[in-house]
Design a protein around this ligand. Structure first.
Ligand SMILES: *[C@@H]1O[C@H](CO)[C@@H](O)[C@H](O)[C@H]1NC(C)=O
Ligand SMILES: *[C@@H]1O[C@H](CO)[C@@H](O)[C@H](O)[C@H]1NC(C)=O
Ligand SMILES: *[C@@H]1O[C@H](CO)[C@@H](O)[C@H](O)[C@H]1NC(C)=O
Ligand SMILES: *[C@@H]1O[C@H](CO)[C@@H](O)[C@H](O)[C@H]1NC(C)=O
Ligand SMILES: *[C@@H]1O[C@H](CO)[C@@H](O)[C@H](O)[C@H]1NC(C)=O
Ligand SMILES: *[C@@H]1O[C@H](CO)[C@@H](O)[C@H](O)[C@H]1NC(C)=O
Length: 536
């Protein structure tokens, strides 16, 4: 960038970053009404959450840096929030749509999210963050395409298909919520859906052409494996990172994760099964869709392609093959690898162990034996107005802590630009999945057993994949490195939704004392006020 262009660029930033939009970039408007409606994805009519009458919800599709304005009318009988999983909300945790940053939208009223798809490209998703709403629907894909001046590190595909894959319950979400509130454990899901249907979705293409498949695991509990009969998958993108383009027969996608791969239609003209199946159990549940070659009238044939079931090692081994392509660009024109994270000094280490226990005789999940409780006042508002007694940075535990489970509002205090190492330790027998808002992180290692400092020499300090959601296998650990460069209040949560609902989440406050619109946008003029901030 020449000097004049650079100054111009800074000028635009100064003028336009007050509320988190960029006046020079295009605006896209979405007008959504969230309602209850009857759906029957598994053949049984049940109460679903619809967006403009649709289940799953409409796809948001924009280009990098576009301003995305989403007006939501909450026509449910309960407060509601939508969150944008993997979409960073750079400088505006005000728009993140979780209870630590936003007051929920009251029933029968509107709220407008104002965000910018700043410096991102890739496959993401949105879903309701309140109660167990997402178990009834309300989710959809959030796709950020490249700007025209950016080259992709792969040949452009003829078309892109989006597959929202996830587990599903036939039981009403409020009934499931009542069970959890009473201290009962979560039942297993009843089935698996692809775009809201267990077996009927069709994707059509032309023989010889190559298509981009975007896959998001919108489910709440179950890791899935995805594969296509007679076709190989070339992985190209994981949550906004361009990866080494390896060829896979099948791919594991854990709750809250998304990725994209290319498939060339090189088979004979007929229909093929696309299979998603549940992982880490001896018996798996399948959902199927159809890959249809245009012009053919030959239906798909059994047997379905076989995938891994209970094997954990298989999954860990595959996860280690996901690597950043250092010479490829992502949303920006410069190569990803020009950011050499391996040379950056770690300024903070936090070890987080998922814990399960009881508080007041009821089942709760936690982190280091603290089960998170949402205060009435969002942390972000408490911080902004200096309201005392909502959270206390001193009470957070940054190491596993024996002793009974307690309730608390864990917020880790960090400095803007801290470079943190976070270890997820999983001593339980289920696979976990963790998501950080506002940032991507480098997944530098997976290992079995208990993490210890001497395994640091085994970290991938060169080309680890940079993403926002990571799995932690049973009786294992996962290590990540993250540059905390997005000022604000950010949710770090279990993507296993009943665990999040029962307290398995924390917040990270990324802070410096300098008040500047260059590092954080001002409170939006339409910010809802509640709790101790209600009258401010
Ligand atoms: C609220 O949402 C409804 C439905 O999307 C829309 O028609 C209406 O204009 C919105 N009202 C305001 C004040 O934004
Ligand atoms: C990495 O990216 C470069 C630059 O776009 C591309 O030419 C190359 O094929 C990619 N390498 C792999 C292994 O995907
Ligand atoms: C395949 O056929 C369908 C229906 O005839 C059509 O809508 C679609 O555009 C075709 N796709 C391609 C890639 O030709
Ligand atoms: C938190 O810790 C800091 C530094 O140790 C101390 O100055 C401060 O008073 C503590 N705050 C509370 C509420 O205990
Ligand atoms: C579980 O985690 C603790 C750290 O909290 C560790 O000391 C212990 O060895 C772990 N147990 C197992 C069985 O891995
Ligand atoms: C939580 O407390 C229980 C005892 O109540 C203990 O067995 C467990 O190891 C603790 N978890 C962590 C992460 O320290």
């Amino acid at each position: 960038m020449g000097r004049i262009t650079f100054l111009y660029f800074v000028g635009i930033l100064a003028l336009s970053s007050i509320f988190g939009v960029d006046a020079e970039s295009p605006y896209r408007y979405y007008d959504w009404e969230v309602t209850y409606g009857t759906i029957s994805p598994l053949g049984v009519p049940q109460r679903g959450i619809l967006i403009n009458g649709q289940f799953p919800g409409p796809t948001i599709e924009c280009d990098t840096n576009d301003n995305v304005i989403i007006s939501i009318r909450n026509s449910l009988d309960e407060p509601f929030l939508m969150t944008w999983n993997g979409v960073w909300q750079r400088k505006v945790s005000w728009q993140d749509g979780v209870l630590g940053t936003n007051c929920p939208i009251p029933p029968h009223s509107n709220w407008t999210y104002t965000m910018q798809a700043k410096d991102q490209i890739g496959t993401y998703m949105y879903f309701p963050s309140t109660e167990l709403h997402r178990l009834a629907g309300g989710f959809g894909a959030f796709i950020i395409n490249k700007r025209s001046v950016i080259a992709l590190p792969y040949t452009e595909s003829a078309a892109a298909f989006t597959l929202l894959v996830g587990d599903w319950y036939k039981t009403d979400h409020k009934e499931l919520q009542k069970k959890l509130d009473n201290g009962e454990s979560m039942p297993m899901p009843d089935g698996l859906l692809i775009n809201g249907d267990p077996s009927n979705t069709v994707f059509s293409g032309e023989a010889g052409k190559t298509y981009l498949f975007r896959v998001a695991n919108v489910g709440t509990m179950t890791s899935i494996n995805i594969r296509i009969q007679g076709h190989m998958m070339k992985l190209v993108e994981i949550e906004g990172s361009h990866v080494l383009q390896e060829i896979y027969e099948s791919l594991d996608v854990h709750p809250g994760q998304s990725l994209a791969f290319l498939v060339t239609l090189h088979g004979s003209a007929k229909d093929y099964y696309i299979v998603a199946s549940t992982r880490f159990d001896r018996t798996s549940i399948d959902a199927t869709a159809i890959l249809h070659y245009n012009g053919s009238d030959i239906g798909p044939s059994h047997p379905l392609p076989v995938g891994p079931t209970y094997q954990v090692h298989w999954s860990m081994k595959q996860a280690r093959t996901f690597r950043w392509n250092l010479t490829a660009n992502a949303a920006r024109p410069n190569p990803q690898g020009s950011y050499r994270y391996g040379g950056i000094q770690v300024t903070k280490t936090i070890v987080l162990e998922n814990s399960v226990g009881e508080v007041n005789g009821k089942l709760r999940y936690g982190v280091n034996n603290v089960s998170y409780v949402n205060p009435d006042t969002p942390l972000k508002l408490a911080d902004y107005y200096g309201i005392p007694g909502v959270f206390d940075l001193n009470t957070s535990r940054d190491q596993p802590t024996p002793g009974p489970m307690i309730s608390g509002t864990t917020v880790y205090g960090t400095e803007l630009h801290d470079f943190a190492e976070i270890i997820f330790q999983n001593n339980e027998t289920d696979t976990q999945s963790w998501h950080l808002d506002g940032h991507n992180f480098f997944v530098v290692a997976f290992g079995a057993g208990t993490w210890s400092p001497d395994v640091r020499r085994k970290y991938n300090m060169v080309d680890a994949v940079w993403r926002s959601t990571v799995q932690v296998y049973r009786n294992s650990w996962t290590a990540i490195l993250v540059s905390l460069d997005n000022k604000g209040m950010w949710n770090l949560r279990s993507a296993i939704w009943h665990r999040q609902y029962l307290g398995q989440e924390v917040y990270i406050r990324v802070w410096n004392d300098e008040k500047s619109l260059f590092t954080e946008s001002d409170i939006p003029p339409n910010a809802l006020k509640c709790g101790k901030a209600a009258n401010l």
